[in-house]
Design a protein around this ligand. Structure first.
Ligand code: HEC
Length: 147
């Protein structure tokens, strides 16, 4: 009687371990796939309109801010090849790419304000107007993009 009980307990434990490892594997797969997904901004943020006209003075101000705050990772032309990029362990992507350029200004504002490690949040660092200026500058990088 006692032996039978023990072997049932053993089987139960084995089954438990088996099921847990399957669950762990599946959730790991789900998690790693989720990480590969594009960084999505909330639809409400996408609709926010840029109040600034992309005039030369604003773009120049945006370029100065970009060089100070973003260049180290995103690089001179937004290709993600700044001097700090290699050490990030994650590519900053390509701001001149179709993927980024297809985002609305509102979506870019949200991403820059929110950040996503290793990219910092600029909510407190830059005013909204400054971020719109940076966005107007980032739009000028499109010209250097390959299709
Ligand atoms: C410390 C490095 C670092 C700095 C500084 C940085 N970024 Fe980033 N940025 C990243 C990384 C890494 C990503 C990719 C995040 C991801 O998708 O997981 C990213 C993503 C982005 C994206 C999203 C692109 C897309 O298509 O989804 C935008 C826009 C962006 N950065 C703009 C900026 C701007 C503007 C600045 C300066 C105000 C800035 N970043 C500063 C590292 C940085």
């Amino acid at each position: 009687m006692k032996n039978l009980f023990q072997s049932k307990t053993k089987k139960g434990i084995m089954l438990f371990i088996l099921l847990s490892s399957i669950t762990l594997t599946l959730s790991y797969v789900a998690f790693s796939q989720q990480k590969k997904e594009e960084w999505e901004s909330p639809p409400a943020a996408d609709k926010k309109l840029n109040p600034l006209k992309p005039d030369l003075a604003g773009i120049a101000a945006g370029k100065t801010l970009y060089t100070k705050e973003c260049f180290s990772c995103h690089g001179k032309t937004g290709k993600g090849d700044g001097p700090a990029a290699a050490a990030l362990g994650k590519s900053p992507g390509d701001l001149s790419s179709k993927m980024t350029q297809d985002h609305t200004d509102g979506a870019l504002l949200w991403k820059i304000q929110t950040g996503k490690p290793p990219m910092p949040s600029y909510q407190k660092k830059l005013s909204e107007i400054q971020i719109w200026q940076v966005i107007n500058y980032v739009r000028t990088l499109k010209a250097t993009a390959k299709k």
